[in-house]
Design a protein. Structure first.
Length: 351
């Protein structure tokens, strides 16, 4: 073997298809979520017979295929029929009834939204959807700041199924009783993957992303094990990309255990959710925390206001708490002279 046989040439990469490591990448099939997808399909089925559908709340911890399963059902639905509109909305990005209506119009192909008020947009949506039927999927539903849009759909849309996705099952209890009694959702729990399932999912994903033979066995096994420990497939995708880039940076032609260990060492800096999911104000708050990590929450609020932030302190606190729950930042209580305060720290670098 020549001295330089194992060195990557300029422009060569260990990764064949980098998109396959994106969190948003939707693989052709979703192993180990067949039952859940069937469940969602059953909820929707009455729409095929021009009847009203049922509703479901999907819940479970981060990174275990809830969004992917829902998007899969949408994809199949689109292939199957043009009579049912599939509408998918992330409520963290679109967190008010107005924004949600704008997004719905966009997905329905209605462009004349300028200068229209929320009620007018609702009328447009109702008149379009009521000619057919629709599946409404609201992802990250607990991040919506108001729920009028749910009430509107329940009252004004005749044939629909509503699919709500959240990490927090308890969220349902906080819903307004007007909505709850109309929604009457089934519950669909997403459980964490077993070690075997985690490894299989990672293997398939690696199959998309890397040419064969790039991964040495111990390196891959280590990643699969770590992913199982953390119980989040996103972490696995992050580790695969990082380890490959580390190996690539050293012009290696294979990913070795040492590269994986280095990638794992970076994990603390890693955001479980993608910050592109956040709505503008949370992104803004996150950027302030990153710049002023370690400050008290009250001081951060002052900075937020000086920079043009419009929300009340209470809303700001809630947004900080949401960012914390979803592991973008961390908070800790500290005793001070004037009572307890919260210290807010950045946790992550952007991914
Ligand atoms: N069974 C599976 N097969 C293939 N890929 C999967 C599977 N489950 C999850 N994934 C992948 O893992 C990543 C995270 O999944 P997903 O986005 O669906 O998580 P989630 O449960 O919606 O998490 P969150 O609550 O944080 O939004 C995605 O890239 C998804 O494609
Ligand atoms: Mg999700």
């Amino acid at each position: 073997m020549g001295l330089f046989d194992n060195i990557l040439k300029d422009g060569e990469s260990l990764i064949k298809m980098e998109e396959a490591l994106d969190f948003e990448f939707l693989p052709k099939s979703l192993p180990f979520r067949e039952k859940e997808q069937k469940f969602i399909a059953e909820i929707i089925k009455p729409l095929f017979q021009s009847r009203n559908g049922r509703n479901v709340v999907m819940h479970g911890p981060p990174g275990i295929g809830k969004t992917a399963a829902a998007r899969h059902v949408v994809r199949e639905l689109e292939e199957e029929t043009a009579d049912i509109y599939p509408i998918y909305i992330n409520c963290w990005q679109n967190n008010t009834t107005y924004k949600i209506m704008i997004e719905m119009c966009e997905q329905l192909g209605y462009r004349l939204v300028q200068n229209k008020k929320t009620v007018d947009l609702c009328k447009v949506v109702a008149s379009m959807v009521n000619k057919k039927s629709a599946v409404f999927i609201f992802d990250e539903i607990d991040k919506a700041e108001e729920y009028d849009f749910l009430y509107f759909i329940l009252e004004e849309i005749y044939k629909k199924s509503i699919v709500l996705i959240t990490n927090f099952k308890e969220w349902i209890a906080t819903l307004d009783s007007r909505i709850k009694s109309r929604l009457l959702p089934e519950l669909l729990e997403f459980k964490q993957y077993t070690e075997h399932e985690t490894k299989e999912i990672m293997k398939i994903r690696a199959g998309y992303a890397f040419p064969e033979g790039v991964w040495y066995d111990p390196a891959f096994t280590r990643i699969a094990k770590k992913t199982f420990e953390v119980k989040d497939i996103r972490t696995g995708l992050f580790l695969m990309r990082e380890a490959a880039l580390i190996a690539e940076g050293q012009s290696k032609k294979n990913v070795e255990l040492i590269d994986v260990e280095k990638a794992i060492a970076k994990l603390d800096d890693f955001s479980i959710k993608s910050s592109t999911d956040l709505e503008e104000d949370s992104k803004f708050i996150l950027s302030i925390v990153k710049e002023h990590s370690g400050k008290k929450i009250g001081d951060l609020y002052d900075i937020y206001q000086k920079k043009g932030g419009k929300h009340t302190y209470k809303t700001f606190q809630r947004k900080i708490s949401d960012l914390d729950k979803n592991q973008f930042i961390s908070t800790k209580k500290q005793k001070g002279t004037g009572g307890n305060t919260t210290i807010v720290e950045k946790k992550l670098t952007d991914y």
